[in-house]
Structures are given as C-alpha cells and as structure tokens.
Design a protein around this ligand. Structure first.
Ligand code: GLP
Length: 251
C-alpha cells in the first residue's frame, strides 16, 4: 500500500487526477473503474481541465462505474449516470458506448449483474479502479457484512449510507433503498486501486481501514491485501494514521 498525503482537498484532487492522467497517457486504451460521491468531484474537474488544455484524451478509454441506485433511470438527476455525465463524460471525448454503468431499471437485476461482470471481463478487466469510502467503510455500495467473494450484485443500503446520501435528495424518503454494486471481488481483481478520502469525518474510518483487522465489518479493510493500492488523502483524512517520519509520501 502506498499512501500519499496532500495538504488539502484541492491538492488531493489534483494528485488523483495526475495519477489517472499518467495511467491514460501510458495506456490510452485503459479500462478505468470510476466512483461517484462528493470526494472525486475535484478530481473530475481537474481531468476536464487537462482535457480542455489538450493534455489528455479519453478517446480510447473505457469506463465502468462502481454502482447505481435501483429504481432510478439514467436520466434521473440523482442517478449515478447523471452524476458522471455532468462531472466528466459530457465534457471529454469519451464515446457513449465506452461508458458503462449498471442499469438500475433492469427487469432482471441478476442478469444485469452478470452482464456487467462479463462486459468488464470482455475488455480485459479494470486497469485502475477509483474508490471513495463511506463512513462505515463501504466501498462502492459494499456495506459492512458484505462477502469478500461477491461480484456485481444487488445490495440493500445501510441506514448510515441512506442518511449520508440524503443530502443529494429532497428528503431521506426519496433515497433508494437498494443498489447494484460491483462486488469486493470485482474491485480486488482490478490491477490498480486508488482510494481517495478527504476531511476529518473520514479520519477514523481511514485509520481502521489501514491499521485495523481485515474484516467484512470494515469492507475497505480487504484492500490491505491488494497488491497495487494507492491511498490519496488530505491531511485531515490522514490525521489518525500512525505517525513515523518517512512512512508516507507527503506533499
Ligand atoms: C456513496 C458511493 C460510494 C462513495 C461513498 C462516499 O455511497 N456509493 O462509492 O465512495 O458514497 O461518498 P462521499 O465521497 O460523498 O463521502
């Protein structure tokens, strides 16, 4: 595990975007795994900026998002597809057919999940998976107690997650109770993983994820076993990590 600690959210976002840009520059046909939530918003802004400056092209990139709410169609403003369109896809040169997000309106959710896994495999797997982290340690929508063996599947959202995501909806009752999410196994199969976290409120879960036992009750803890994991944190999110001069890359 490599840990990069940046001064603040802006610097963390810039650093994360640079890592994606390097991946895409070295391998223009990269398969990216992408995340939603407020944490990667700054990273997407930087990527759009790099594209506008002519420094980066997504022409040959394919992407797979981690998750989507069940019951929201892709045009719904709170769907993760709408989020990705407005944050990234509408502003760069990635083709609509290169972008993949589970369909939350699928009649047969199990078939949708299987097809999603197949699509990832048919493109050779994910080269770089971006993750945020929930306050309860969820990654994607793999809530505490999720099996480490799971592939893309339907999940019941945890009360903590429903509450946290209510800020994007008019009221908490509108937050969907279920989602389709890549499973932990899908995430662990990615060749590289980059997890972003920012702010004091993420410090405790980052500390548990990095130093705590590997347990399904902290889904992100399994990432300790990933062979190519990079954490990009701001100082607040890193504030409870065990110290040690030179232990981490700081900027
Ligand atoms: C959601 C998403 C996750 C994301 C998490 C944290 O529940 N499904 O992929 O990592 O929220 O969100 P935020 O970055 O807004 O704290």
């Amino acid at each position: 595990m490599r840990i990069l600690i940046e001064k603040n959210y802006e610097k963390m976002s810039r650093r994360a975007a640079q890592i994606i840009a390097s991946q895409v520059t070295m391998q223009p046909e990269s398969v990216l795994g992408l995340a939603t939530g407020s944490t990667p918003v700054g990273m997407y802004k930087n990527l759009v900026e790099m594209f506008r400056m002519g420094e980066l092209s997504f022409k040959n990139v394919s992407s797979f998002n981690l998750d989507e709410y069940i019951g929201l169609n892709h045009k719904h403003p709170q769907s993760y597809k709408a989020f990705m369109d407005s944050q990234l896809f509408d502003h760069v040169d990635i083709g609509a057919d290169q972008v993949h997000i589970p369909c939350g309106m699928a009649e047969d959710v199990n078939m949708e999940c299987l097809a999603y896994e197949k699509a990832i495999e048919s493109l050779g797997g994910i080269d770089l998976q971006v993750l945020g982290i929930g306050h309860n340690g969820h990654i994607g929508f793999n809530e505490p107690g999720s099996s480490f063996e799971a592939r893309t599947h339907m999940v019941d959202l945890d009360a903590v997650t429903i509450q946290a995501n209510a800020r994007f909806f008019d009221d908490v009752d509108q937050v969907p109770r279920q989602a389709i999410s890549m499973g932990i196994k899908t995430i662990m199969k990615s060749r590289k993983v980059m997890l972003l976290a920012s702010g004091k409120d993420k410090a405790e879960i980052i500390q548990k994820m990095v130093h705590g036992p590997i347990t399904p009750s902290v889904p992100a803890s399994i990432l300790q076993l990933h062979q190519d994991l990079i954490l990009v944190l701001d100082e607040e999110a890193a504030s409870l990590l065990a110290g040690g001069e030179g232990l981490y890359d700081t900027a």
